[in-house]
Design a protein around this ligand. Sequence first.
Ligand code: ADP
Length: 310
Amino acid sequence: MNPTLSSPPPRIVVLGSLNMDIVLRVPHAPDAGETLQGRSITNVPGGKGGNQAVGCARQGARVQLVGCVGDDAHGRALRDALAGDGIDTAAVRVVPDAPTGTALVMVDDAAQNRIVVIAGANAQLEIDEAALATQLAGAAFLVTQFETPLAQVGRALQVAQRSACKVMLNPSPMQPVDDAWWPLIDTLVVNEVEARMLAGLPADTPTEAAAAGQALRARGVARVVVTLGAQGAVAVDATGARHHGAPVVKAVDTTAAGDTFLGALAVALGSGNGFDAAVGLGIRAAALCVTQPGAQPSIPQRDAVLRHTS
Ligand code: ADP
């Protein structure tokens, strides 16, 4: 059965990074000193905060985004793209003295990626605690990741606790999690690499991921999801660990798969669906995402997910 969308839809506050992905198609990666003719250049909206906000919005949630862009063309294009998805960008601050976050993505003919990220304006994110508390009052989730300064993420988790708002944390790119944060997290979403590094246990198979997820849950988190790429995901809560397989699809680009998963998970949980049904929706949404190239353009709409995979 398909997870339902509540009426009114859940409100979700996403705090995180906004990047313009500049995607260069090249025959091969240039060596030091080599000059190469590339095949194409495309600007694609990305950044984990923006992607997760789009993931939530395309599943039907009301989304407010907290982040920073530079006072430049990329920043304006990102805000316009997010607004086009119905996302409230009033709390996206334009900083005067840094460029919009940028990811330079080089994709060669063997589909291998080489990526350089410049944090730019994302590094200047600073929480306005009073404004964030107002946003979080009555919201289903604060969703956040580790592409913005960790000290600010920590402050946001504290504000969420004071506002009685649940936190969904995706500790990506992986950095150690402060021990004081574990009890502040409702739902932790990690891939196999993050699970292994945080738990100190292997997490490559569903059985291993279940053990790693249980070790992470024991630190004080209510629920853990370990995503396993084409192997789907493992859901861990107080009742145990369950593996959910992924549909077999022709994967062309896994960029934003984890962000798509997380958006669908947050909206389904925020609508009052059970954990396993929510993980199932995340897997179905992410499976469609990997069949399309790019970050935000590849994140599917809710009706496409329900139509293609029910
Ligand atoms: P991340 O992109 O954060 O590293 P994963 O690679 O684990 O995370 O992917 C997140 C989710 O995307 C997986 O749990 C799965 O549901 C889906 N997914 C990723 N790769 C594939 C694939 N090749 N086929 C089907 N689903 C996939």
